[in-house]
Write a protein that binds this ligand. Structure first.
Ligand code: GAL
Length: 524
């Protein structure tokens, strides 16, 4: 093999793979996807039976606030958890691995050593609790109901999602937010009795609709599983789905969310246009400055997600106004693209702002729409299997991880199949997303048929995604010059979790149509 290039062994299966893939996409096209056996396309190896602690190496929180964190850990249960260096204000449940209590009153870095042991082995992981004023040191991970449940979301469905996050193993990889989107409030003028009623109580506090009988009980249910709860509102009089918004009730709504026990707020512009007064930068910032000023004063940490579709180049100021993440584009589910599926165009737009991302500040290209997922063009339709072929799904997840995007799945948690979990739950792919350096990949190359991203990692390695956006399989080469590298690198296939050779001046890979090769290049 020529110096500096390598051909991974799995490539010999490529032709067979492509033929089978065509068969699967045809089946998907005829609605038979549920019957398709996608096991032949799974890239992520099964986790070992010995414990492996996943999740980020650091976690940001404010002083003296309620705290809950379930140590993400794969391996055969039962696993026994312990921790060294635990602040006195926190408690670890040795059976579940759930840390809970309050953060220390004193700001500073608390160095913990997390341990997990079972009959097959043990794992040790350094974990820094950074008590200060920065939340979301790494991109939030979890689930949001929007693209599955739309305007028919209920308390029961949200609880089921929390249960499924544990039962499916997603929580063992770091998924932890269970986020309610629009439509939990009263809908003024609705002819549906479940959505009718007083929007606010006598004190002006927001009321959930009848599908959410007890918000505090719901967040308690989520927290008892070591997970976190998210809620949605907007600065306008009405939300996008015409439910009650927070206009002129910002403070009381934020306090209510904290009192109920929410840990995450998505703040969606929508009808704010009617009251914004104009389209200047100041008009775009105003509602987010207002809410961004209120949240840090609450008795509870609430991660603040701006949703205003990128107006006024939000990536330039979303962090300044207190946002931890901000949508850079319109809704992914509404994206129309003639040649490539919608996630590509959204991803390309989001990829243009790598300089905006850093710990506590993330570009948000919207959710991961795979598995069984609804249709944003017809929100009453029942969810159905994604039309994305396996290669596209791996590309989607790789792009999001390389862009240090929030990893928020929005498919149906009650229909998580093995293939979907194989895409969502690869510890090494997630490690790229959650890296503590907090860099978003830069665009190395973008042509009609090739897209290359490179993300600097804390340990000095470089994560690289080589995407084939052309219509047939292709060999793609990326030089060290383009990557800013020099000298020999060990090439590690991130999806397959194995070393595949060494290279000295270029990466040369065969990539399936709409597929990806994602590697990490290590100095040794
Ligand atoms: C849109 C938003 C979506 C979803 C929807 C709810 O504006 O971008 O993510 O939240 O509103 O109505």
């Amino acid at each position: 093999m020529p110096r500096g290039s390598f051909a991974p062994a799995y490539l010999k299966d490529r032709l067979m793979h492509s033929a089978a893939l065509i068969a699967v996409s045809l089946m998907m096209g005829t609605g038979l996807a549920g019957a398709a056996d996608l096991s032949a396309f799974m890239l992520t190896p099964k986790p070992g039976r010995a414990p492996r602690i996943n999740g980020p190496g650091a976690y940001g929180a404010r002083p003296g606030r309620p705290f809950v964190y379930r140590i993400p850990c794969t391996g055969a249960r039962p696993i026994r958890f312990s921790a060294k260096g635990l602040p006195a204000t926190l408690h670890l449940d040795g059976n579940t691995g759930i840390l809970s209590g309050k953060t220390p009153d004193k700001a500073g870095e608390y160095k913990l050593e997390l341990r997990a042991a079972n009959q097959q082995g043990k794992a040790v992981r350094q974990f820094k609790l950074v008590v200060g004023d920065t939340l979301a040191l790494t991109p939030p991970m979890g689930w949001n109901d929007w693209y599955t449940h739309y305007d028919h979301v209920t308390d029961k469905l949200v609880r089921q999602a929390a249960d499924a996050m544990i039962a499916s193993g997603m929580a063992d990889y770091g998924y932890q937010y269970v986020n309610i989107d629009d439509c939990w409030m009263v809908k003024p003028g609705s002819d549906n009795p479940e959505l009718q009623g007083e929007a606010r109580d006598a004190d002006g506090a927001i009321r959930p609709n009848r599908r959410f009988p007890d918000m505090a009980a719901l967040t308690a249910y989520i927290h008892a599983r070591g997970l976190k709860a998210g809620v949605y509102t907007g600065p306008g009089p009405r939300t996008c789905a015409e439910f009650t918004g927070s206009y002129r009730h910002e403070e009381i709504d934020a306090r209510t969310f904290a009192k109920w026990g929410f840990d995450f707020l998505k703040y969606d512009w929508c009808s704010y246009t009617e009251v914004a007064g104009g389209k200047t930068l100041a008009d775009y910032k105003r509602p987010y400055e207002l809410m961004g000023g209120i949240l840090p004063k609450l008795e509870r940490d609430i991660v603040f997600n701006l949703c205003q579709y990128g107006m006024g180049d939000v990536w330039n100021w979303g962090g300044e106004v207190g946002g931890h993440s901000w949508r850079t584009t319109g809704d992914l589910g509404l994206e129309k693209d003639t040649r490539l599926p919608g996630f590509y165009s959204i991803g390309f737009k989001n990829a243009a702002h790598p300089e905006a991302a850093r710990p506590g500040r993330w570009n948000d290209p919207d959710y991961i729409l795979i598995g069984s997922v609804g249709n944003a063009f017809n929100i009453q339709a029942a969810p159905s299997p994604t039309v994305l072929v396996p290669d596209e799904q791996y590309s989607y997840m790789s792009m999001w991880a390389l862009m240090a995007s929030p990893l928020i799945f929005s498919g149906d948690m009650n229909y998580l199949d093995e293939f979907t979990l194989n895409v969502l739950c690869n510890s090494e792919v997630i490690e790229v997303d959650q890296d503590l350096l907090g860099k978003q990949a830069r665009i190395v190359r973008h042509t009609e048929s090739e897209f290359v991203l490179a993300k600097a990692m804390e340990d000095g390695s470089l994560a690289v995604g080589v995407f084939n956006t052309g219509d047939k399989p292709a060999r793609i080469q990326v030089t060290w010059d383009e990557l800013g590298l020099d000298g020999q690198r060990r090439v590690h296939d991130v999806w397959r979790q194995k070393d595949i050779g060494h290279a000295s001046d270029l990466l040369s890979v065969e990539v399936n149509r709409h597929g990806v090769t994602m590697v990490r290049l290590f100095p040794n």
